[in-house]
Design a binder for this molecule. Structure first.
Ligand code: GDP
Length: 526
Protein backbone atom coordinates (compact mmCIF):
# COMPACT_ATOMS: atom_id res chain seq x y z
CA UNK A 1 0.00 0.00 0.00
CA UNK A 2 1.25 3.40 -1.00
CA UNK A 3 1.64 5.27 2.27
CA UNK A 4 1.14 8.65 0.63
CA UNK A 5 -2.25 7.48 -0.62
CA UNK A 6 -3.36 6.13 2.74
CA UNK A 7 -2.17 9.35 4.40
CA UNK A 8 -4.27 11.38 1.98
CA UNK A 9 -7.30 9.27 2.78
CA UNK A 10 -6.77 9.70 6.50
CA UNK A 11 -6.88 13.46 5.94
CA UNK A 12 -10.30 13.35 4.33
CA UNK A 13 -13.43 14.37 6.27
CA UNK A 14 -16.73 13.99 4.46
CA UNK A 15 -19.83 15.18 6.29
CA UNK A 16 -23.23 16.88 6.15
CA UNK A 17 -25.03 19.27 8.46
CA UNK A 18 -28.35 18.21 9.92
CA UNK A 19 -30.66 20.71 11.57
CA UNK A 20 -34.15 22.06 11.84
CA UNK A 21 -34.83 24.92 9.40
CA UNK A 22 -33.56 28.26 10.73
CA UNK A 23 -31.26 26.72 13.32
CA UNK A 24 -28.33 28.16 11.38
CA UNK A 25 -27.10 25.54 8.91
CA UNK A 26 -26.44 28.07 6.17
CA UNK A 27 -24.71 30.48 8.49
CA UNK A 28 -22.49 27.74 9.91
CA UNK A 29 -21.66 26.64 6.37
CA UNK A 30 -20.59 30.17 5.48
CA UNK A 31 -18.27 30.37 8.44
CA UNK A 32 -16.77 26.97 7.69
CA UNK A 33 -16.02 28.13 4.17
CA UNK A 34 -14.50 31.27 5.58
CA UNK A 35 -12.14 29.23 7.75
CA UNK A 36 -11.38 27.06 4.75
CA UNK A 37 -10.51 30.18 2.76
CA UNK A 38 -13.06 29.03 0.24
CA UNK A 39 -14.84 32.37 0.33
CA UNK A 40 -13.47 35.77 1.06
CA UNK A 41 -16.38 37.24 2.87
CA UNK A 42 -18.91 35.11 4.61
CA UNK A 43 -22.39 35.78 3.38
CA UNK A 44 -22.12 34.67 -0.19
CA UNK A 45 -23.17 31.05 -0.03
CA UNK A 46 -26.65 31.81 -1.04
CA UNK A 47 -28.50 34.88 -2.02
CA UNK A 48 -31.37 36.51 -0.29
CA UNK A 49 -33.30 33.89 1.52
CA UNK A 50 -36.98 34.06 0.94
CA UNK A 51 -39.50 32.76 3.41
CA UNK A 52 -40.24 29.07 3.18
CA UNK A 53 -43.34 29.94 1.22
CA UNK A 54 -44.22 27.63 -1.60
CA UNK A 55 -44.32 30.14 -4.39
CA UNK A 56 -40.81 31.15 -3.52
CA UNK A 57 -39.43 27.74 -3.90
CA UNK A 58 -38.73 27.74 -7.60
CA UNK A 59 -36.93 31.02 -7.71
CA UNK A 60 -35.09 30.16 -4.55
CA UNK A 61 -33.95 26.89 -5.99
CA UNK A 62 -32.97 28.55 -9.22
CA UNK A 63 -31.01 31.11 -7.34
CA UNK A 64 -29.23 28.42 -5.40
CA UNK A 65 -29.05 26.15 -8.41
CA UNK A 66 -26.73 28.54 -10.18
CA UNK A 67 -24.10 27.91 -7.63
CA UNK A 68 -22.77 24.40 -7.70
CA UNK A 69 -21.09 25.12 -4.42
CA UNK A 70 -24.40 24.79 -2.63
CA UNK A 71 -24.41 21.03 -3.22
CA UNK A 72 -20.90 19.93 -2.36
CA UNK A 73 -18.16 22.11 -0.97
CA UNK A 74 -14.59 21.04 -0.60
CA UNK A 75 -12.17 23.11 1.43
CA UNK A 76 -8.83 22.63 3.10
CA UNK A 77 -8.45 23.10 6.82
CA UNK A 78 -5.36 22.42 8.91
CA UNK A 79 -3.87 19.79 6.61
CA UNK A 80 -7.22 18.14 6.18
CA UNK A 81 -9.46 18.12 3.14
CA UNK A 82 -13.04 18.65 4.16
CA UNK A 83 -16.00 17.70 1.96
CA UNK A 84 -19.26 19.27 3.11
CA UNK A 85 -22.42 17.97 1.46
CA UNK A 86 -25.49 20.14 1.52
CA UNK A 87 -28.84 18.62 2.39
CA UNK A 88 -32.13 20.12 1.24
CA UNK A 89 -33.64 22.30 3.92
CA UNK A 90 -37.26 21.52 3.28
CA UNK A 91 -38.67 18.35 4.75
CA UNK A 92 -40.48 17.57 1.52
CA UNK A 93 -37.11 16.53 0.19
CA UNK A 94 -36.28 14.25 3.08
CA UNK A 95 -35.66 11.34 0.73
CA UNK A 96 -32.92 13.32 -0.92
CA UNK A 97 -31.48 14.13 2.48
CA UNK A 98 -31.43 10.48 3.38
CA UNK A 99 -29.51 9.63 0.26
CA UNK A 100 -27.00 12.40 0.89
CA UNK A 101 -26.44 10.95 4.35
CA UNK A 102 -25.49 7.61 2.75
CA UNK A 103 -22.53 9.39 1.18
CA UNK A 104 -21.01 10.93 4.33
CA UNK A 105 -18.93 9.54 7.15
CA UNK A 106 -20.26 11.81 9.87
CA UNK A 107 -22.71 14.62 10.55
CA UNK A 108 -22.75 17.96 12.32
CA UNK A 109 -25.96 18.68 14.20
CA UNK A 110 -26.79 22.37 14.57
CA UNK A 111 -29.27 23.23 17.30
CA UNK A 112 -30.84 26.61 18.01
CA UNK A 113 -29.98 27.21 21.66
CA UNK A 114 -33.22 29.02 22.32
CA UNK A 115 -35.34 26.27 20.85
CA UNK A 116 -33.50 23.12 21.76
CA UNK A 117 -34.19 19.88 19.94
CA UNK A 118 -36.80 20.38 17.20
CA UNK A 119 -38.73 17.77 15.26
CA UNK A 120 -36.78 17.78 12.02
CA UNK A 121 -33.61 17.22 13.99
CA UNK A 122 -35.21 14.21 15.63
CA UNK A 123 -36.07 12.71 12.25
CA UNK A 124 -32.64 13.35 10.79
CA UNK A 125 -31.02 11.95 13.88
CA UNK A 126 -33.01 8.77 13.44
CA UNK A 127 -31.72 8.50 9.91
CA UNK A 128 -28.17 8.89 11.17
CA UNK A 129 -28.79 6.23 13.74
CA UNK A 130 -29.81 3.72 11.09
CA UNK A 131 -26.28 3.94 9.79
CA UNK A 132 -24.58 4.70 13.13
CA UNK A 133 -23.22 7.92 11.72
CA UNK A 134 -21.08 9.78 14.28
CA UNK A 135 -22.56 13.15 15.23
CA UNK A 136 -20.89 16.27 16.53
CA UNK A 137 -23.15 19.02 17.89
CA UNK A 138 -23.09 22.79 17.74
CA UNK A 139 -25.50 24.75 19.94
CA UNK A 140 -26.01 27.99 18.08
CA UNK A 141 -27.22 31.54 18.72
CA UNK A 142 -25.47 32.12 22.02
CA UNK A 143 -25.62 35.85 21.28
CA UNK A 144 -29.29 35.54 22.13
CA UNK A 145 -30.84 34.49 25.38
CA UNK A 146 -30.86 30.76 25.06
CA UNK A 147 -32.40 28.16 27.30
CA UNK A 148 -30.50 26.84 30.28
CA UNK A 149 -27.67 24.93 28.58
CA UNK A 150 -27.91 22.11 31.12
CA UNK A 151 -31.52 21.66 30.10
CA UNK A 152 -30.55 21.59 26.43
CA UNK A 153 -27.95 18.89 27.17
CA UNK A 154 -30.59 16.94 28.99
CA UNK A 155 -32.97 17.27 26.10
CA UNK A 156 -30.35 16.01 23.63
CA UNK A 157 -29.80 12.96 25.81
CA UNK A 158 -33.46 12.20 26.43
CA UNK A 159 -35.09 13.14 23.15
CA UNK A 160 -32.30 12.06 20.83
CA UNK A 161 -31.20 9.17 22.94
CA UNK A 162 -27.50 9.91 22.66
CA UNK A 163 -24.97 10.80 25.36
CA UNK A 164 -23.96 14.46 25.25
CA UNK A 165 -20.43 15.45 26.20
CA UNK A 166 -19.87 19.22 26.34
CA UNK A 167 -16.39 20.15 25.13
CA UNK A 168 -16.82 23.77 25.96
CA UNK A 169 -19.37 25.58 28.08
CA UNK A 170 -20.99 28.95 27.44
CA UNK A 171 -20.19 31.83 29.73
CA UNK A 172 -23.70 33.29 29.95
CA UNK A 173 -25.62 34.16 26.79
CA UNK A 174 -27.44 36.99 25.05
CA UNK A 175 -26.24 40.45 25.98
CA UNK A 176 -24.05 38.98 28.69
CA UNK A 177 -22.37 36.41 26.49
CA UNK A 178 -18.68 36.42 27.37
CA UNK A 179 -17.32 33.46 25.51
CA UNK A 180 -16.85 29.75 26.01
CA UNK A 181 -14.79 27.80 28.48
CA UNK A 182 -13.06 24.67 27.25
CA UNK A 183 -13.58 22.00 29.90
CA UNK A 184 -10.57 20.02 28.73
CA UNK A 185 -7.93 22.69 28.19
CA UNK A 186 -9.14 24.92 31.05
CA UNK A 187 -9.16 27.87 28.66
CA UNK A 188 -11.62 30.69 28.12
CA UNK A 189 -12.09 31.82 24.52
CA UNK A 190 -13.30 35.39 24.75
CA UNK A 191 -16.24 36.54 22.62
CA UNK A 192 -15.80 39.78 20.74
CA UNK A 193 -18.66 41.27 18.85
CA UNK A 194 -18.71 42.36 15.25
CA UNK A 195 -16.39 39.71 13.84
CA UNK A 196 -19.03 37.90 11.84
CA UNK A 197 -17.38 38.51 8.50
CA UNK A 198 -13.78 37.94 9.37
CA UNK A 199 -11.71 35.25 10.95
CA UNK A 200 -11.78 36.50 14.52
CA UNK A 201 -8.74 36.68 16.75
CA UNK A 202 -8.69 33.93 19.30
CA UNK A 203 -8.37 35.75 22.60
CA UNK A 204 -7.67 33.24 25.34
CA UNK A 205 -7.59 33.34 29.11
CA UNK A 206 -6.01 30.40 30.82
CA UNK A 207 -8.01 29.21 33.84
CA UNK A 208 -11.31 30.24 35.40
CA UNK A 209 -9.92 31.36 38.70
CA UNK A 210 -7.61 34.08 37.50
CA UNK A 211 -7.70 37.83 37.77
CA UNK A 212 -8.28 38.06 34.03
CA UNK A 213 -11.19 35.65 34.20
CA UNK A 214 -12.71 37.56 37.07
CA UNK A 215 -12.36 40.79 35.18
CA UNK A 216 -14.11 39.26 32.19
CA UNK A 217 -16.92 37.55 34.07
CA UNK A 218 -17.51 40.29 36.65
CA UNK A 219 -20.56 39.65 38.75
CA UNK A 220 -21.16 36.28 37.05
CA UNK A 221 -17.78 34.82 38.01
CA UNK A 222 -18.96 32.89 41.05
CA UNK A 223 -22.15 31.65 39.46
CA UNK A 224 -20.31 30.45 36.37
CA UNK A 225 -17.66 28.67 38.40
CA UNK A 226 -20.34 26.81 40.31
CA UNK A 227 -22.19 25.95 37.14
CA UNK A 228 -19.05 24.53 35.58
CA UNK A 229 -18.35 22.45 38.68
CA UNK A 230 -21.83 21.04 38.32
CA UNK A 231 -21.42 20.43 34.60
CA UNK A 232 -18.18 18.54 35.14
CA UNK A 233 -19.91 16.25 37.57
CA UNK A 234 -23.22 15.81 35.82
CA UNK A 235 -22.37 15.37 32.14
CA UNK A 236 -20.59 12.72 30.12
CA UNK A 237 -16.87 12.85 29.46
CA UNK A 238 -15.84 12.93 25.84
CA UNK A 239 -15.03 9.44 24.61
CA UNK A 240 -13.71 9.14 21.07
CA UNK A 241 -14.74 5.53 20.65
CA UNK A 242 -18.30 6.18 21.81
CA UNK A 243 -18.49 9.15 19.41
CA UNK A 244 -17.31 7.02 16.49
CA UNK A 245 -19.91 4.42 17.36
CA UNK A 246 -22.65 7.05 17.31
CA UNK A 247 -23.35 6.64 21.01
CA UNK A 248 -22.05 9.99 22.19
CA UNK A 249 -22.00 13.46 20.72
CA UNK A 250 -19.36 16.03 21.62
CA UNK A 251 -21.09 19.39 22.07
CA UNK A 252 -19.77 22.88 21.25
CA UNK A 253 -21.45 26.19 21.93
CA UNK A 254 -21.21 29.38 19.90
CA UNK A 255 -22.82 31.80 17.55
CA UNK A 256 -22.53 31.22 13.84
CA UNK A 257 -23.72 34.72 13.04
CA UNK A 258 -21.07 36.20 15.30
CA UNK A 259 -18.56 33.66 13.96
CA UNK A 260 -17.66 32.62 17.43
CA UNK A 261 -17.14 29.06 18.61
CA UNK A 262 -17.23 27.80 15.03
CA UNK A 263 -13.46 27.53 14.84
CA UNK A 264 -13.30 25.55 18.09
CA UNK A 265 -15.96 23.24 16.75
CA UNK A 266 -14.17 22.85 13.41
CA UNK A 267 -10.91 22.09 15.21
CA UNK A 268 -12.62 19.32 17.16
CA UNK A 269 -14.35 18.09 14.05
CA UNK A 270 -11.24 17.64 11.87
CA UNK A 271 -9.46 16.00 14.78
CA UNK A 272 -12.11 13.45 15.75
CA UNK A 273 -14.45 12.93 12.83
CA UNK A 274 -13.89 9.64 11.02
CA UNK A 275 -11.92 9.47 7.79
CA UNK A 276 -13.55 7.68 4.86
CA UNK A 277 -15.15 4.48 6.06
CA UNK A 278 -15.62 1.16 4.27
CA UNK A 279 -18.84 0.75 2.32
CA UNK A 280 -21.01 -2.34 1.88
CA UNK A 281 -21.76 -3.85 -1.50
CA UNK A 282 -23.91 -6.85 -2.21
CA UNK A 283 -20.73 -8.83 -2.78
CA UNK A 284 -18.31 -7.62 -0.09
CA UNK A 285 -17.05 -4.65 1.94
CA UNK A 286 -15.03 -2.13 0.01
CA UNK A 287 -12.19 -0.45 1.89
CA UNK A 288 -11.20 3.10 0.94
CA UNK A 289 -7.54 2.22 0.65
CA UNK A 290 -8.11 -0.39 -2.04
CA UNK A 291 -6.13 0.63 -5.07
CA UNK A 292 -8.91 0.09 -7.56
CA UNK A 293 -11.43 2.82 -8.01
CA UNK A 294 -15.09 2.38 -7.05
CA UNK A 295 -17.99 4.67 -6.25
CA UNK A 296 -21.76 5.07 -6.23
CA UNK A 297 -24.20 7.76 -7.28
CA UNK A 298 -26.33 9.16 -4.46
CA UNK A 299 -27.88 12.21 -6.02
CA UNK A 300 -28.72 13.60 -9.42
CA UNK A 301 -29.32 17.28 -9.81
CA UNK A 302 -30.75 18.94 -12.83
CA UNK A 303 -30.21 22.44 -14.12
CA UNK A 304 -27.28 23.21 -11.93
CA UNK A 305 -26.28 25.72 -14.51
CA UNK A 306 -29.30 27.10 -16.37
CA UNK A 307 -27.09 28.09 -19.28
CA UNK A 308 -26.05 24.53 -19.90
CA UNK A 309 -29.14 22.64 -18.86
CA UNK A 310 -27.10 19.71 -17.73
CA UNK A 311 -27.70 17.09 -15.13
CA UNK A 312 -24.99 16.20 -12.71
CA UNK A 313 -24.75 12.81 -11.05
CA UNK A 314 -22.97 13.07 -7.70
CA UNK A 315 -20.74 10.14 -6.97
CA UNK A 316 -19.04 9.29 -3.74
CA UNK A 317 -15.64 7.76 -4.41
CA UNK A 318 -15.48 4.71 -2.14
CA UNK A 319 -12.04 3.35 -2.97
CA UNK A 320 -8.99 4.11 -5.05
CA UNK A 321 -8.39 7.16 -7.17
CA UNK A 322 -10.28 8.83 -9.96
CA UNK A 323 -7.99 10.27 -12.60
CA UNK A 324 -9.19 12.48 -15.35
CA UNK A 325 -10.01 10.60 -18.49
CA UNK A 326 -10.03 7.20 -16.85
CA UNK A 327 -12.27 4.39 -18.03
CA UNK A 328 -14.68 2.86 -15.56
CA UNK A 329 -17.29 0.17 -15.66
CA UNK A 330 -20.89 1.27 -15.33
CA UNK A 331 -21.94 -1.94 -13.59
CA UNK A 332 -25.71 -1.79 -14.09
CA UNK A 333 -25.54 -1.45 -17.85
CA UNK A 334 -22.35 -3.48 -18.15
CA UNK A 335 -20.45 -0.90 -20.18
CA UNK A 336 -17.10 0.77 -19.98
CA UNK A 337 -17.34 4.52 -20.05
CA UNK A 338 -14.71 7.21 -20.09
CA UNK A 339 -15.08 9.94 -17.51
CA UNK A 340 -13.40 12.81 -19.23
CA UNK A 341 -14.88 15.76 -17.50
CA UNK A 342 -15.90 15.08 -13.93
CA UNK A 343 -16.37 18.21 -11.86
CA UNK A 344 -15.20 18.91 -8.39
CA UNK A 345 -16.31 21.47 -5.92
CA UNK A 346 -13.21 23.15 -4.67
CA UNK A 347 -13.32 26.76 -3.55
CA UNK A 348 -16.64 27.60 -5.02
CA UNK A 349 -15.72 26.97 -8.63
CA UNK A 350 -16.82 24.26 -10.93
CA UNK A 351 -13.40 23.13 -12.02
CA UNK A 352 -12.20 19.98 -13.67
CA UNK A 353 -10.88 17.37 -11.33
CA UNK A 354 -7.59 15.83 -12.16
CA UNK A 355 -7.76 13.49 -9.24
CA UNK A 356 -10.21 12.50 -6.54
CA UNK A 357 -9.73 9.85 -3.91
CA UNK A 358 -11.89 7.80 -1.58
CA UNK A 359 -14.11 10.09 0.47
CA UNK A 360 -14.33 12.75 -2.24
CA UNK A 361 -17.38 13.58 -4.28
CA UNK A 362 -17.20 14.07 -8.01
CA UNK A 363 -19.90 15.21 -10.39
CA UNK A 364 -20.47 13.38 -13.65
CA UNK A 365 -22.35 14.87 -16.56
CA UNK A 366 -25.36 12.70 -16.99
CA UNK A 367 -26.94 12.26 -20.37
CA UNK A 368 -29.61 9.90 -19.16
CA UNK A 369 -27.59 6.76 -18.54
CA UNK A 370 -26.96 7.26 -14.85
CA UNK A 371 -29.47 6.53 -12.08
CA UNK A 372 -29.37 6.98 -8.36
CA UNK A 373 -27.68 3.97 -6.80
CA UNK A 374 -25.49 3.16 -9.80
CA UNK A 375 -22.09 1.67 -9.06
CA UNK A 376 -18.91 2.41 -11.01
CA UNK A 377 -15.76 0.29 -10.71
CA UNK A 378 -12.56 -0.58 -12.54
CA UNK A 379 -14.15 -3.77 -13.76
CA UNK A 380 -15.29 -5.68 -10.70
CA UNK A 381 -18.97 -6.48 -10.58
CA UNK A 382 -20.07 -4.78 -7.38
CA UNK A 383 -23.27 -3.15 -6.28
CA UNK A 384 -23.21 -0.69 -3.40
CA UNK A 385 -26.19 -1.12 -1.13
CA UNK A 386 -28.17 1.06 1.22
CA UNK A 387 -29.52 3.73 -1.13
CA UNK A 388 -33.28 3.39 -0.79
CA UNK A 389 -36.51 4.62 -2.28
CA UNK A 390 -39.18 5.29 0.33
CA UNK A 391 -42.79 4.37 -0.26
CA UNK A 392 -44.54 7.58 -1.27
CA UNK A 393 -47.31 8.96 0.91
CA UNK A 394 -48.78 11.35 -1.63
CA UNK A 395 -50.13 10.51 -5.07
CA UNK A 396 -51.45 12.35 -8.10
CA UNK A 397 -52.83 11.16 -11.39
CA UNK A 398 -51.33 13.00 -14.35
CA UNK A 399 -53.61 14.02 -17.16
CA UNK A 400 -52.13 15.56 -20.27
CA UNK A 401 -53.65 18.71 -21.65
CA UNK A 402 -52.36 17.69 -25.05
CA UNK A 403 -52.57 13.90 -25.55
CA UNK A 404 -49.98 14.07 -28.32
CA UNK A 405 -47.38 14.84 -25.70
CA UNK A 406 -47.51 11.36 -24.21
CA UNK A 407 -44.00 10.46 -25.39
CA UNK A 408 -42.47 13.54 -23.84
CA UNK A 409 -44.37 12.92 -20.63
CA UNK A 410 -43.10 9.35 -20.39
CA UNK A 411 -39.56 10.41 -21.10
CA UNK A 412 -39.75 13.22 -18.56
CA UNK A 413 -41.18 11.01 -15.86
CA UNK A 414 -38.66 8.31 -16.57
CA UNK A 415 -35.81 10.76 -16.07
CA UNK A 416 -37.34 12.46 -13.06
CA UNK A 417 -37.84 9.13 -11.36
CA UNK A 418 -34.29 8.04 -12.14
CA UNK A 419 -33.10 11.24 -10.53
CA UNK A 420 -35.18 10.49 -7.47
CA UNK A 421 -37.28 13.65 -7.93
CA UNK A 422 -40.47 11.64 -7.92
CA UNK A 423 -41.71 8.10 -8.31
CA UNK A 424 -43.95 6.98 -11.11
CA UNK A 425 -46.44 4.11 -11.23
CA UNK A 426 -48.30 2.52 -14.12
CA UNK A 427 -51.39 0.67 -12.86
CA UNK A 428 -51.98 -2.72 -14.48
CA UNK A 429 -55.62 -2.20 -15.25
CA UNK A 430 -55.69 1.30 -16.61
CA UNK A 431 -53.72 3.69 -18.73
CA UNK A 432 -53.31 6.07 -15.82
CA UNK A 433 -49.97 7.50 -14.92
CA UNK A 434 -49.57 8.05 -11.21
CA UNK A 435 -46.79 10.04 -9.59
CA UNK A 436 -45.90 9.51 -5.96
CA UNK A 437 -43.95 11.71 -3.58
CA UNK A 438 -42.90 11.91 0.01
CA UNK A 439 -43.52 15.66 0.26
CA UNK A 440 -45.98 17.84 -1.62
CA UNK A 441 -43.33 20.24 -2.93
CA UNK A 442 -41.97 17.38 -4.99
CA UNK A 443 -45.09 17.58 -7.17
CA UNK A 444 -44.44 21.22 -7.74
CA UNK A 445 -40.94 20.43 -8.91
CA UNK A 446 -42.24 17.71 -11.20
CA UNK A 447 -44.88 19.97 -12.73
CA UNK A 448 -42.41 22.79 -13.18
CA UNK A 449 -39.76 20.64 -14.75
CA UNK A 450 -42.12 18.77 -17.03
CA UNK A 451 -43.30 22.10 -18.33
CA UNK A 452 -39.92 23.76 -18.49
CA UNK A 453 -37.73 20.96 -19.77
CA UNK A 454 -40.11 18.64 -21.58
CA UNK A 455 -42.78 21.14 -22.68
CA UNK A 456 -45.50 19.04 -21.14
CA UNK A 457 -48.52 20.75 -19.66
CA UNK A 458 -50.51 18.49 -17.44
CA UNK A 459 -53.21 18.42 -14.81
CA UNK A 460 -52.47 16.77 -11.50
CA UNK A 461 -55.54 15.17 -10.01
CA UNK A 462 -56.07 13.74 -6.59
CA UNK A 463 -56.32 10.02 -6.57
CA UNK A 464 -57.55 7.55 -4.01
CA UNK A 465 -54.22 6.07 -2.95
CA UNK A 466 -52.73 6.41 0.52
CA UNK A 467 -49.52 4.49 0.33
CA UNK A 468 -47.55 2.03 -1.77
CA UNK A 469 -45.63 -1.14 -1.07
CA UNK A 470 -43.20 -2.98 -3.28
CA UNK A 471 -44.15 -6.62 -3.39
CA UNK A 472 -42.15 -9.82 -3.75
CA UNK A 473 -42.63 -13.50 -3.11
CA UNK A 474 -40.55 -16.66 -3.12
CA UNK A 475 -43.48 -18.62 -4.43
CA UNK A 476 -44.27 -17.99 -8.11
CA UNK A 477 -47.63 -19.67 -7.62
CA UNK A 478 -48.66 -17.40 -4.76
CA UNK A 479 -47.44 -14.43 -6.74
CA UNK A 480 -49.51 -15.42 -9.71
CA UNK A 481 -52.56 -15.85 -7.50
CA UNK A 482 -51.92 -12.49 -5.86
CA UNK A 483 -51.51 -10.77 -9.20
CA UNK A 484 -54.86 -12.03 -10.36
CA UNK A 485 -56.75 -11.33 -7.16
CA UNK A 486 -55.25 -7.96 -6.37
CA UNK A 487 -54.74 -6.75 -9.91
CA UNK A 488 -56.81 -3.58 -9.51
CA UNK A 489 -54.32 -2.42 -6.87
CA UNK A 490 -51.17 -3.42 -8.69
CA UNK A 491 -48.86 -1.24 -10.73
CA UNK A 492 -45.34 -1.19 -12.13
CA UNK A 493 -43.00 1.48 -10.86
CA UNK A 494 -40.53 3.41 -13.00
CA UNK A 495 -38.04 0.53 -13.00
CA UNK A 496 -40.64 -2.15 -13.59
CA UNK A 497 -41.02 -3.39 -10.00
CA UNK A 498 -44.43 -4.65 -9.00
CA UNK A 499 -46.09 -2.34 -6.49
CA UNK A 500 -49.25 -2.51 -4.44
CA UNK A 501 -51.14 0.82 -4.32
CA UNK A 502 -53.33 0.91 -1.24
CA UNK A 503 -56.40 3.18 -1.01
CA UNK A 504 -56.27 3.07 2.80
CA UNK A 505 -54.02 1.79 5.58
CA UNK A 506 -56.68 -0.70 6.53
CA UNK A 507 -56.78 -2.02 3.01
CA UNK A 508 -53.02 -2.52 3.12
CA UNK A 509 -53.23 -4.31 6.43
CA UNK A 510 -55.93 -6.62 5.14
CA UNK A 511 -53.91 -7.40 2.03
CA UNK A 512 -50.88 -8.22 4.15
CA UNK A 513 -52.99 -10.58 6.25
CA UNK A 514 -54.72 -12.16 3.31
CA UNK A 515 -51.50 -12.89 1.41
CA UNK A 516 -48.98 -14.10 3.98
CA UNK A 517 -46.63 -15.41 1.30
CA UNK A 518 -46.25 -12.00 -0.27
CA UNK A 519 -43.73 -9.59 1.23
CA UNK A 520 -44.71 -5.93 1.28
CA UNK A 521 -41.79 -3.49 1.42
CA UNK A 522 -41.99 0.16 2.46
CA UNK A 523 -38.52 0.83 1.04
CA UNK A 524 -36.78 -0.43 -2.02
CA UNK A 525 -33.08 -0.36 -2.76
CA UNK A 526 -32.00 1.36 -5.89
P1 GDP B 1 -30.87 27.41 8.15
O1 GDP B 1 -32.31 27.50 7.76
O2 GDP B 1 -30.63 26.35 9.16
O3 GDP B 1 -29.92 27.34 6.99
O4 GDP B 1 -30.57 28.76 8.96
P2 GDP B 1 -29.82 30.09 8.55
O5 GDP B 1 -28.35 29.93 8.64
O6 GDP B 1 -30.38 30.63 7.29
O7 GDP B 1 -30.25 31.01 9.80
C1 GDP B 1 -31.59 31.30 10.09
C2 GDP B 1 -31.67 32.68 10.71
O8 GDP B 1 -30.98 32.68 11.96
C3 GDP B 1 -30.98 33.76 9.87
O9 GDP B 1 -31.74 34.94 9.99
C4 GDP B 1 -29.63 33.90 10.52
O10 GDP B 1 -29.09 35.18 10.34
C5 GDP B 1 -29.96 33.64 11.96
N1 GDP B 1 -28.81 33.14 12.72
C6 GDP B 1 -27.96 32.15 12.38
N2 GDP B 1 -27.02 31.98 13.32
C7 GDP B 1 -27.28 32.89 14.29
C8 GDP B 1 -26.66 33.23 15.53
O11 GDP B 1 -25.65 32.67 15.94
N3 GDP B 1 -27.24 34.23 16.24
C9 GDP B 1 -28.34 34.89 15.82
N4 GDP B 1 -28.82 35.86 16.59
N5 GDP B 1 -28.95 34.61 14.67
C10 GDP B 1 -28.43 33.62 13.91
Amino acid sequence: MNSDFSHKIQQRRTFAIISHPDAGKTTVTEKLLLFGNAIQLAGSVKGKKGPHARSDWMSMERERGISVTSSVMQFPYRNRTVNLLDTPGHEDFSEDTYRVLTAVDSALMVIDGAKGVEDRTIKLMNVCRLRTTPILSFINKLDRDIRDPIEVMDEIEKVLDIQAAPINWPLASGKNFKGVYNLYTDTIHVFTQGQGHTIPDDIQIKGLDTAEAHALLGEYAEEIREEIELVRGATHQFDLEAYLKGELTPVFFGTALGNFGVREMLDGFVEWAPDPQPRATRERQVAPIEEKFSGFVFKIQANMDPKHRDRIAFMRVCSGTYNRGMKVKHVRIGKEIKIADAVTFMAGDRSHVEEAIAGDIIGLHNHGTIQIGDTFTEGELLKFTGIPNFAPELFRRIRLKDPLKLKQLQKGLQQLSEEGSTQVFFPQESNDIIVGAVGVLQFEVVAYRLRDEYKVDAIYENVNITTARWVESDSPREMEHFRRKASTNLARDGSGHLTYLAPTRVNLQLAEERYPDIRFYATREH
